[in-house]
Design a protein around this ligand. Structure first.
Ligand code: NAP
Length: 253
């Protein structure tokens, strides 16, 4: 990318957790960041932290599963920050249950946020990337893509994202756009805290039990994912596309 190309990124689900860490890292790396989450007000902390560190950010409220909200959000980032050439599809939810107890709503909502959301965001943002002849899309998959009890909906969505990643890499490569996925293992966020609560463990005990099973003997933190995202988005990674990188403290694929 030349200096004249806009360095503008969009990170979805960036109000907290992994998305917030990625947004802050990209701001440190010189990107103006569209901080997208369900409610504009919930993006305030991330935006404030970026601005306090001397960066530029814009809070944008949007449900990534809704076409009109996605198109408006991407358009707003383009108008106010510049053409978005980086997209991190991170917004996510869990609605865990064993198959016989999983409701239609559990299934539909998880597929809608992860899969439809990433599709809609990518479709809206690719226009700016292909025009600039440079772009980066990073999708958040999960080790759950390999199968995980109680997560038929989530593991299907996360495996689907790997297919989306590879297909978009094939379609967009000739425009200088790379598309990759990061598949995290256990990362300390509200999402894993909610899982601990659901299985009736304290979050501390839950983390210790998880760490004992992880080869590097620790759980992950959001910055572990932000570091890999920063690499995939860098110019140095321009020959890496269509890949799924497991970031799990050990081999899970
Ligand atoms: P998190 O702390 O629960 O944060 C997810 C964020 O996404 C929240 O701010 C949430 O907003 C937002 N969001 C949910 N639905 C949305 C929608 N329809 N439109 C826009 N934003 C929406 O989750 P996390 O742990 O940071 O996870 C981030 C991503 O990494 C997810 O895709 C997750 O599946 C994946 N991942 C996480 C782990 C892990 O161990 N934590 C492991 C593997 C993969 P609200 O707060 O308003 O709901």
């Amino acid at each position: 990318m030349t200096q004249s190309n806009p360095r503008v990124a969009i990170v979805t689900g960036a109000a907290r957790g992994i998305g917030a860490a990625v947004a802050k890292r990209l701001a440190q790396d010189g990107f103006a960041v569209g901080v997208v989450d369900l409610h504009e007000s919930s993006c305030a902390d991330t935006v404030k932290e970026i601005e306090a560190a001397g960066g530029r950010a814009l809070a944008v409220g949007a449900d990534v599963s809704k076409t009109d909200q996605v198109d408006a959000a991407v358009g707003r980032v383009a108008d106010q920050l510049g053409a978005p050439t980086v997209l991190v599809n991170n917004a996510g939810i869990t609605r865990d249950n064993l198959l016989f107890k999983m409701t239609d709503e559990d299934w539909d909502s998880v597929i809608a946020v992860h899969l439809r959301g990433s599709f809609l965001m990518s479709r809206a943002a690719q226009k700016y990337m292909t025009e600039q002849k440079w772009g980066r899309i990073v999708n958040l998959s999960s080790v759950s893509a390999l199968g995980n009890r109680g997560q038929a909906n989530y593991s299907t969505a996360k495996a689907g994202l790997q297919g989306l990643t590879k297909t978009l890499a094939i379609e967009l490569g000739k425009f200088g756009v790379t598309v990759n996925a990061i598949a995290p293992g256990f990362i300390v966020t509200d999402m894993t805290a909610a899982t601990a609560e659901r299985v009736g463990m304290s979050f501390e005990d839950f983390q210790q039990a998880a760490a004992a099973e992880i080869p590097v003997r620790r759980v992950g933190v959001p910055e572990d994912i932000a570091n890999v995202a920063a690499f995939l988005i860098s110019d140095e990674a321009s020959f890496v596309s269509g890949q799924v990188i497991y970031v799990a403290g050990g081999p899970r694929a």
